[in-house]
Design a protein around this ligand. Sequence first.
Ligand code: ATP
Ligand code: MG
Length: 301
Amino acid sequence: MKLDRIIRKARTISERYCVTDGGKFDLGRIDPGDTGGLKAEDKPRAREALQSGVQALAALQDMLYAQDRWAVLLIFQAMDAAGKDSAIKHVMSGVNPQGCQVTSFKVPSAEELDHDYLWRCQKGLPERGRIGIFNRSYYEEVLVVRVHPELLERQKLPAGLVGRKIWEHRYEDIRNFERYLSRNGTLIRKFFLHVSKQEQKRRFLERLEKPEKNWKFSAADVKERDYWDDYMEAYEDMVRQTAAGHAPWYVVPADNKWFTRIVVSAVVIEALGSLDLKYPEAAKEKIAELVAARRALMAQK
Ligand code: ATP
Ligand code: MG
C-alpha cells in the first residue's frame, strides 16, 4: 500500500479516539471493549494492516531522523495490565532502534525526589529526529499521587506549597510545559489505554495461572483495584485539563489488545504523516563533492 493511503487511513481511525478539547470529556461514554465495528473474524486482516503500519512507520521514522528537525514524544498512561508494554513493543517493532528511546517511569528514587517532578522526565526527552516514548510519565503526579495524596509527603515540598490548589497548579504547569515543548519542535501525542476493571481481573488471573506470566504479577496491583473509581475520576480530570490541539489525548479502548495496537499504530502514523517529512536535498556544493568523490573512487584500483 502507498504511504499516502496508509496515512489517510490512519487519520480516519485516529480521529475517532482523539480529544483535543477536554472541556466536556466524559470517560463514561468510552467503551473499553470497542473494536471500531471490527469483529473477531476480522483479526487476521487487522494483523495484516498492523504489519503495513509497521512498515509505514519505519519509512516515516527514517525521514524524521534524516530531516533532524522534529522530535516526537509519545506518552503512555494506563491502569496496570492495560497493555502499554505490548502496544509499544508491537507498534514500534519495525523502527530503527537508533531513532527511538523508551523511558519507563517507576516510583521515584531518592535522587529524583530531591528535584522537581519534571526533572527526571526532562532527561528522557527525545532529541530532534528521534521518537521518545514515555512508559508512564509526569502524569503520574496527577494520577497515583492524586489517588494517594500521602505520597506528597515523600516529595519534600515546602509546606506552604501543598494546598487545596495543588492539582490545579500541576495541570497548569503540565499544560505550560507541553506548550513549551511543542513551540520548540516536539510533537506530542498522549495515549490513555482504557481497560475495564473486569478485563484487568482476567489478565491478572492469567498472570497467576501461566508460569511464563507469573513474573508480571504483583499483589500490590490487586490491592490498587480498591481505588478503581478514584483512578477513573483522576484520568477523566487529567484528560479534561490537559487535552490540547498541540498535545491531544487519545483514549484508546484496551479490552482487546489487537484493536489497541491498531489504534496506537494509526495515531503514530498520522502524527508523523502530519509533519511533511522529507529527506534533506543535497546542496549544489554537496552534489559537486559527491561527483568528485565518485570520480576519485572510480579511478582507484
Ligand atoms: P508493569 O505493567 O510491568 O507492571 P508498570 O509500568 O506498572 O509496568 P511498575 O514496576 O509496576 O511498572 O512501576 C510503576 C509504578 O510506579 C506504578 O504503580 C506507578 O503508579 C508508580 N509511579 C510512577 N510514577 C510515580 C510517581 N511520580 N509517584 C509515585 N508513584 C509513581
Ligand atoms: Mg505495575
